[in-house]
Write a protein that binds this ligand. Sequence first.
Ligand code: CUK
Ligand code: CUA
Length: 708
Amino acid sequence: MRHSPLPFPLHHRRRLARALAAIALLSGAACNSGPNEDGGGAGVSASLNDLMKERGLDESNVSAALKTYTPTGVHDPYIMFASGGQSGQVLVIGIPSMRILKYIAVFTPEPWQGYGYGDETNTILAAGQRDGRTLSWGDSHHPALSETNGDYDGQFLFINDKANARIAVIDLKDFATKQIVMSGLIQSDHGGTFVTPNTEYVVEGAQYPAPLGGGYAPIERYAEDYKGAVIFWKFDREKGRIDRAKSFAMELPPYMQDLTDAGKLVSDGWVFLNSLNTELSIGGTLEGRPPLESGASQNDMDYMHIIPWRRAAEVAGMAGKTKEIAGMRVIPLDVSLSEGLLYFVGEPKSPHGVDVTPDGSQMVVAGKLDTHGTVYSFAKIKAQIDQKKFEAKDRYGVPILSFKDSIDGQVELGLGPLHTQYIGDGMALTSLFLESAVVRWSVKDLKVIDKIPVHYNVGHIAAAEGDTVSPDGKYLVAMNKWAIDRFQPVGPLLPQNFQLVDVSGSQMQLLYDMPLPLGEPHYAQIIKADKLHPEDIYKPAGVNPVTAQHDPDTVTAGKERIERRADGVHVFMSAVRSHFTPDIIRVKEGDTVHLHITNVEQAHDATHGFTIDLYNVHQSLEPGKHVNASFVADVPGVFPMYCTEFCSALHLEMAGYLLVEPKEGGAPAPGVAPAPGDAPAPGDAPAPGDAPAPGDAPTPDAPAPGSE
Ligand code: CUK
Ligand code: CUA
């Protein structure tokens, strides 16, 4: 059953023409030739035609415009969460308008949101450090919305950083990152993030094999010492955080594990992972060996990994079944084999994407170097496992199922098939990288229906709720890797091209091109907007969004103060239109300054920003938000601080000063020390011993007026 994305279904040109005629009739301009003289609403038809002529638009263009145009104040029915690729962020995009609503800061400091410029968000980023090294970027790949019974529930979003093997948790109450976890077990990941049907686990599969837990091993020992792995991060929905202690991993052979999908409904309790490089090619272009890519493409088959994760979780909980590597419980390969936790089935050449059908009964795998989509039957796979009917074992002893006995069939889809999404009615969409097209086909009947060209070299595709138990169909976004000539040239680095396609009609229709100048997004998920219930403000005022608690250092109006303590100067500051209290902070060179700032406002969208020149402090203070930011005032001088959001008519006046007095006997601050005998100019830092000007904050040691 297909629905129209708009209240007025305009799938067909004839209907569009009729609609245009109706508009013309309503305007009274249809019967007379020529425009109506009395102006007003008249002459709509003529002007529409003129507009179309002037802009060179045909009817299908106008129909596309009508399907995507979203008047002011109208919200989109769908929201897409797309990975931001090398930006390390997540993009939030309205569908069908393709309006960008937010970049969620994840693996990368993001100044506007104050992410990575304050104590708590610095702590989130620091949790993703490896070997004490700060990683200030990430290669974000596969967002996964939390699920309940295999359907998106709109509560949380997870995403992986392929480059550094990290996973982030984003709370959709405020669309902000709350946690980054890094196992230390693997060096890179790709098969993440994918969630099990009730978000019991967030799955992270490795990509490039390496010694588990880090460390060196000669590449000649690849087959013996390099390993793959899959990590099952336990998600605590109550806390909204991953529970590291309850998480576990499985050692895998050093095939490059690729994408992952969790079984659902009939296949609930299982996960499926692609892999490539069963050849164990190691590259060595200067060492007389073939490059990795050709070495890894010799065999006709790679292996789909089949894992009963519920059983694996039980085994991980048993005494003596795991070993600890990098602080993580790991099920060694021999235990997996003796406990029946790992099976292989062949997949045609360089598979990319294993996508479980909405009813959970089948898995579709596309091979980059194969023109087919292969449809696996979960029942057939399960039957062989139950009967212990294996065709062979791989070199590590993993049982291999019969390919022929595991599939329902293969369909010739086109050149370079990659990723599959579902649109209901047993229908699927698969991206064709080499062909630059998306093919619509019936998984049920193993038949191709039609294709639509996209521009160009499409990677992932995202259909509305297209990887859940109940896909919506309607919209597809093709995430194209190459833009070439689609947009005004901007130099050699071109934007990515997202193309919105209407998949509800008998013919797929291209609706919109959206350039993405941020990084290369890989996957995206599209959720019904009405499943999302973000908060308007943090309430009551004083919530620390990272802890989701009322912050112990929350500031209420009238209780603002500056306190000198053993660990430095604590500034308890409130922000309200249009002033900070206190607005003068006096410290001594070398003091550590702890800012505790609460936006005490509860008005929707009354956001303030806070910065201090030079000290690289920036915070976003949404209504009710509390932030903490610490820095060492190691440079003496006068440093304006101000609100960076144009929050009110007197926003420019929402400012103050940080005065860092030079150390006794220390060098005066460059350029600010008054010449001996000069009277201080108004606004200058007062010389030591001066009486504070009226309205000034007291010196750090004295209590602030009004404080108790
Ligand atoms: S991958 Cu990018 S097109 Cu990293 Cu999901 Cu397939
Ligand atoms: Cu507050 Cu500008």
